[in-house]
Design a protein. Sequence first.
Length: 312
Amino acid sequence: MALHTFSLLYVEDDKNTQEAMKEILKDEVKVLYQASNGEEGLALFKEKRPDIILTDINMPKMSGLDMALVIKHIDRTIPIVIISAFDEKSILLDAINIGIDGFVVKPVDIEKLIEKLEEIAQNLLNCIDAEKAREDALKKKEQKLYELAHYDTLTSIPNRFLFQQKLTSTIQRAEEQKYNTALFFIDLDDFKIINDSYGHKAGDSVLIDFVENIKKVIRKTDTFARIGGDEFAMIVENFTTKKSLEQMAQKILEAIAVPTKFQGNDLEVSCSIGISICVEGKGDIEELIHHADLAMYQAKAQGKSNFVFYEL
């Protein structure tokens, strides 16, 4: 039963009726709160915030309708069921104007009362489920928008925007913790020939394979990003020696030597790599990028399919 999921505040000034109803309701709801008049009921509502309210009308200090009016001003979504010995039109109209969710006449038909409370509880569950569905849909939409803004749609690796963010944060950490960072600029050699000869779908297949092959040989801590059509960058954080960078560059060159299979054709690519080094986070980020770019073009000028370190 949905009613077992929710707490209920029962307000009744007659002690005998209150005790009798307690025995019925305590096993039907998650938590049962009780008050002897509208004033106590309002205080309990403010303290405990029950999910459903069941109240008599005529009570000392504050009536059930007056209490309901205050509560509806605080939170109009709280379901309130009125119990009364009277069936007067004026009382019904007042209850409707307040926004009462149910009206039960004394003597109370317990079965009908439980049915009414169960109906209200099920509506609450439906609202909760609907709200959760809306929140889940919103989270998925936000996640999708984040991915579109930060990741390359073809290869699913970080794009230029996210690369810039990660490079900035990496250099900041390097400066704080006094370690070295390297930046690789990687550019495919003669990639335009593949697009012109076999079409853009072939080019896309080559790029996807290129990325997957490189991801197999780099560290999980390295940031590998697509910053242009056939241009890529990699942030190598906290490397040990220049020799380790040389070994990594060589692994990249070897990894992409595996041809891409496309419609019965073996499409072979190579790349040129430029490497610049930031010592303990010192220096300008734009200069680090520029130096890696210069070294990459030097690698191309030296015959492609190789790597060059930027040297001052």
